[in-house]
Ligand binder design. Structure first.
Ligand code: ARG
Length: 455
């Protein structure tokens, strides 16, 4: 028997029941469903729809339903969803007065309310996890960040940088993810409760009161919008998907950096796995799974956008499909964030690679000339010629003599020794004191800026 079956003669086909239930997904929102029901019951009593005895009976009954759920009781799918399961259980505990709880309420505004409450909490958890990951990266910058490593473009060595500069690039991206999560939260945190099915209700509900009671920042003004809107889910999933992209990018680097070819980090045992056949293996599975699982978050976002793009107003049953996608996006992103924080907290940074022979200081010579008035384009071409000369000789820039420089360009005359002294990674890095540059002072300044956002 369903709570809506008054006008039906037959029950649903077994396949229909299994096909249409959302309980297996939305059971996850039972605490939010109870919170919404409690607020609604209290509000109904405040406006005189319930008397105090009825309100107290319903609240006591909801406490018993909560105790049932905490104790492991699980409703069957014949209840279709968590909202009807809770109401049916309430009726078992308190009798017909349970039926008054649904006055001035619809499952449509219940669904909308529960999802917003659920999402608000999870966005906060996600934000805390991202903040933790940023903190782990900043700790790393402070402990290992002075190391000079190749900065790459196209994965080819470009210029030497401090490892801290590199890690900060990720940390800043993550800090923008926190801003996006906060933006999504602001739009999530509005109360749809009291919208009823789509048109509002003739009962004298106090929507502002239930909104405050549930910690919302206000109400969704239009009742139809309140039950039909899912853009806040898409927005949260988009923020999660962008974050997931950043996590995957970091994970990809860990996969690369833990190879002997890169030899930049050694992942700890806690975040590595072995091979069932090759005894020597230490595989970066945690990072690979972050890279792999984040694809699901992108899929969830696409699902949500596709789900909602052609629906007429207001509620349509299609919308039941929003939660599997949303929950997947949130759970996966949260797990990936935490795993990556664990990887970075526990790994060892290996001694920096030798930068000799890779010509990554070539820009120094060009900048040296440009600093003496030579047009940069001209300086670039001259140094390109010096690189070619070195390659022909089989050496690197360190093998150049003062005479080589002076022969290459008159701008080197009399200052060739000084120019050769520029070919030092530490000096090259420390010259880059421009705002956001890789000099240690800039790294430290950014660490302080980011720390201040962690509270
Ligand atoms: N299980 C449904 C959902 O999650 C509940 C909403 C039902 N509303 C309706 N008009 N059939 O979306």
């Amino acid at each position: 028997m369903a709570l809506w079956d008054g006008r039906f003669e037959g029950g649903p086909a077994a396949l229909m029941q299994a096909f249409s239930e959302s309980l297996s997904t939305d059971l996850e929102m039972w605490a939010e469903d109870l919170a919404g029901s409690r607020a609604h019951a209290r509000m109904l009593a405040r406006v005189g729809i319930l008397d105090e005895a009825e309100r107290d009976a319903i609240l006591a009954g909801l406490d018993r339903v909560e105790a049932d759920l905490r104790g492991g009781w699980r409703p069957g799918i014949e209840h279709e969803d968590i909202h009807m399961a809770v109401e049916a259980r309430l009726a078992e505990h308190v009798g017909p007065v349970a039926g008054k709880l649904h006055t001035a309420r619809s499952r449509n505004d219940q669904v909308a309310t529960d999802v917003r409450l659920w999402l608000r909490t999870r966005l906060d958890r996600l934000d805390a996890a991202v903040a933790e990951l940023i903190g782990v990266l900043l700790d790393r910058v402070e402990s290992d960040g002075r190391a000079i490593v190749p900065g790459t473009t196209h994965l080819q060595r470009g210029q030497p940088i401090r490892l801290g500069h590199h890690l900060l690039a990720h940390a800043w991206a993550l800090s923008r993810d926190r801003e996006r999560l906060a933006g999504a939260r602001a739009r999530v945190n509005r109360s749809p409760l009291g919208a009823a099915a789509l048109a509002g209700t003739p009962h004298p509900v106090d929507r502002d009161w239930t909104a405050r009671e549930l910690g919302f920042d206000g109400v969704v003004e239009n009742a139809m919008d309140a039950v039909a809107a899912r853009d806040h889910l898409s927005e949260a999933a988009a923020a999660a998907a962008i974050l997931a992209g950043h996590l995957s990018r970091m994970a990809e680097e860990l996969v690369l950096w833990s190879t002997p070819e890169f030899a930049r980090v050694r992942l700890s045992d806690a975040w590595s796995t072995g091979s069932s056949i090759m005894p020597q293996k230490r595989n970066p599975d945690a990072a690979e799974l972050v890279r792999g699982k984040t694809s699901r978050v992108v899929g969830s976002l696409v699902s949500l956008l596709a789900l909602t793009r052609a629906l007429p107003m207001a509620y349509n049953r299609d919308l039941q499909e929003d939660r599997p996608a949303l929950f997947e996006a949130v759970h996966t992103t949260l797990a990936c964030t935490r795993v990556l924080a664990g990887c970075w907290r526990d790994l060892a940074v290996l001694p920096p690679p030798d930068l000799r022979g890779d010509f990554s200081l070539a820009t120094e010579l060009a900048d040296f000339l440009a600093g003496r008035g030579v047009p940069f384009r001209e300086a670039h071409r001259v140094v390109g010629g010096l690189v070619r000369l070195c390659e022909e000789r089989g050496g690197d820039l360190g093998a150049l003599s003062e005479a080589d420089l002076e022969a290459a360009h008159p701008g080197f005359r009399g200052v060739a020794a000084e120019a050769l002294a520029w070919l030092d990674p530490e000096a090259a890095v420390e010259r880059r004191t421009s705002r956001g540059g890789t000099a240690w002072s800039e790294v430290e300044r950014q660490v302080a800026l980011l720390r201040a956002t962690l509270g």
